[in-house]
Design a binder for this molecule. Structure first.
Ligand SMILES: Cc1cc2nc3c(=O)[nH]c(=O)nc-3n(C[C@H](O)[C@H](O)[C@H](O)COP(=O)(O)OP(=O)(O)OC[C@H]3O[C@@H](n4cnc5c(N)ncnc54)[C@H](O)[C@@H]3O)c2cc1C
Length: 542
């Protein structure tokens, strides 16, 4: 495989919007953090130890994938568990592509991160004062800490937010959309933003930490909330950052399937607590596919479910929790219990219809073990980053952990740069875009069509014909979407989604093997000669 993907054929723009610095508002800070998920909040706290931080987020503070995380956070907690075992499980799931240095660092730091969260009053569930440890797919021991049963993300975000809002060195700009990273003299020097009240502004800083999360919203079926449109990946790519491993999108096996309703995650911890998967004939099937049964790694469970759906021509399979009892489900998984009740599913008697959907972006902006990207001044952490922790397949509950550890690492390294005397500067810029003469557009229609196409052509299983067709279709849409000068976040998001979809599809086309979450029906075997990371060349745009 050629590990460098080809550059897109179209002429794309360096910036999505006009920038005339003589007519815009200007804000200055030592460090900018983009995103208010776990990674961004943790990075802001660490960076604030040396300088002033501007935390920018496009929605309200809780609007993030982090807030919706259910199952928990992985850390070695029990005497019969070990770092080696957690490391082995992570490496096994990663199918040869994990970076050992990063894996060891993150997993060995997990107990310290847990202690810090406990010190910050995160209300983890406990029995007799000890943290409860659950189990999820791919883990060979009980090591998943959770809060309020299945509302772990909310509990962690709220405790980090308490720290952030009382920190005088952190300024918050919420409901503020980052359009593009500003670069000058080969360095990231800030962000161009859009805010309903302040309109377009230039936010200048010594360093930027990109913690803008994933891109699950590119697919029609997804567990991700509306914010996950891959803006950070597209921005970083336009600014000259290298992206890596974009073909690896993890699909979660069990999302509640009710036609017409938003897809909602049914946490893997429910299977860890003993729930079964049944096919449309009411038969358990996971033992036919893997020795770990319902607790096999996610890619295997997802493909097994798809296989069962295809064989029986049904739209879902089922989770059976009847033997666990409604009372137990309500006490340990209150979010899921309430979700099922809202659709009149009585878990004492009814099966829960589930099917896979896009969940976690393993690839992202390539970083080193210190969170640095190839673009000086730009750091990246959390789901937006590709640190090498997850390899070709993420082990359940390792991502909140990664977001915390790398959030802190990025914040601390920014501090080192600040100590080295980097201070924000203001550059003059006049970037004018010609108005397009082409037809007007129905942007929501393009966005919805893109999601449906990505689900059909670049979904859980892939093959050359469908991937090539996807590139043609994206190329066609790009020709009349990318030349427009837009003025609202939904429209910029559509442009970002098209860019990221193209980069993902090209990466998926180029990896002619099956590995981890990337499954090619035309290349079903893993090819040892392709055991390396893929890289998307940075854009060279003007
Ligand atoms: C339903 C669900 C359940 C999950 N369960 C678990 C679990 O149990 N355990 C686990 O480890 N992981 C879980 N995950 C994955 C995990 O939640 C995420 O990978 C992790 O929280 C990512 O954190 P983050 O801070 O990198 O990104 P996010 O939490 O997604 O935050 C991204 C932030 O960037 C902001 N942003 C994005 N674009 C822009 C822009 N253009 N301008 C300004 N701001 C922007 C967003 O508004 C948001 O605040 C789950 C994910 C989902 C969706």
């Amino acid at each position: 495989m050629n590990s460098k993907s080809k550059k897109p054929v179209k002429t794309l723009r360096r910036y999505l919007a006009h920038i005339d610095t003589s007519r815009m508002g200007h804000i200055f800070s030592d460090c900018i953090v983009i995103g208010s998920g776990v990674a961004g909040l943790r990075a802001a706290l660490a960076a604030s130890e040396q300088g002033n931080v501007m935390l920018i987020t496009k929605g309200e503070i809780p609007a993030s994938n982090s807030y919706y995380a259910q199952g928990g956070i992985a850390a070695v907690m029990r005497a019969d568990d070990s770092f080696e075992s957690h490391i082995d499980d992570t490496l096994r799931a990663g199918c040869g592509l994990c970076d050992l240095e990063v894996v060891e660092r993150v997993i060995r730091e997990a107990p310290g991160q847990m202690q810090e969260l406990c010190d910050w009053q995160t209300p983890f569930d406990r029995t007799d004062g000890e943290l409860d440890a659950g189990r999820e797919g791919g883990h060979s021991n009980y090591r998943i800490a959770h809060a309020h049963g299945d509302a772990t993300g909310r509990a962690i975000v709220e405790s980090l937010w308490e720290q952030v809002k009382s920190n005088k060195r952190i300024k918050i700009l919420d409901n503020c959309f980052c359009i593009d990273l500003l670069t000058a003299e080969g360095r990231c020097v800030g962000v161009v933003t859009w805010h309903n009240n302040y309109r377009m502004q230039c936010c200048w800083s010594g360093c930027v930490v990109l913690a803008s999360g994933g891109a699950g919203r590119i697919w029609r079926e997804t567990t991700n909330p509306e914010i996950a449109t891959g803006d950070g990946l597209a921005m970083a790519w336009r600014a000259g950052a290298i992206l890596s491993d974009l073909e690896f999108m993890q699909f979660h096996p069990t999302t509640l399937y009710i036609a017409g309703a938003e897809r909602s995650l049914i946490t893997e911890a429910l299977r860890g607590a003993g729930a079964y998967l049944l096919n449309s004939e009411g038969r358990r099937f996971m033992d036919d596919y893997h020795e770990m049964g319902e607790l096999a790694p996610r890619d295997i469970v997802s493909r097994a479910i798809f296989d069962q759906m295809a064989r029986s021509k049904s739209t879902s399979v089922y989770l059976d929790v009847r033997h666990l009892g409604g009372k137990m489900v309500a006490s340990k998984f209150p979010t899921i219990s309430a979700l099922c009740a809202s659709f009149d599913i009585d878990v004492d008697h009814d099966l829960i219809p589930v099917r896979p959907s896009a969940h976690y972006m393993i690839g992202g902006v390539k970083t080193d073990a210190d969170g640095r990207t190839n673009l000086p001044g730009l750091y990246c952490c959390g789901e937006a980053a590709c640190t090498g922790l997850h390899g070709a397949n993420r082990l359940a509950s390792n991502s909140l952990l990664e977001a915390l550890v790398f959030g802190r690492i990025c914040g601390e390294n920014v501090c080192k740069d600040l100590a080295g005397g980097i201070r924000p500067a203001m550059f003059t810029m006049d970037y004018e875009i010609e108005l397009s003469q082409r037809t007007r557009l129905d942007v929501p229609d393009v966005t919805n069509s893109l999601k449906a196409m990505m689900w059909r052509n670049v979904g859980l299983t892939r093959e050359e014909g469908l991937l090539s067709e996807a590139i043609e279709i994206i190329d066609f849409w790009q020709r009349y979407v990318m030349d427009k000068l837009f003025d609202s976040p939904d429209q910029w998001q559509c442009q970002n989604m098209l860019t990221v979809s193209e980069l993902i599809t090209r990466s998926a086309l180029q990896r002619t093997e099956s590995r981890g979450v990337h499954y090619r029906t035309d290349y079903p075997e893993t090819d040892a000669s392709q055991c390396r990371h893929s890289e998307t060349e940075p854009a060279q745009l003007s």
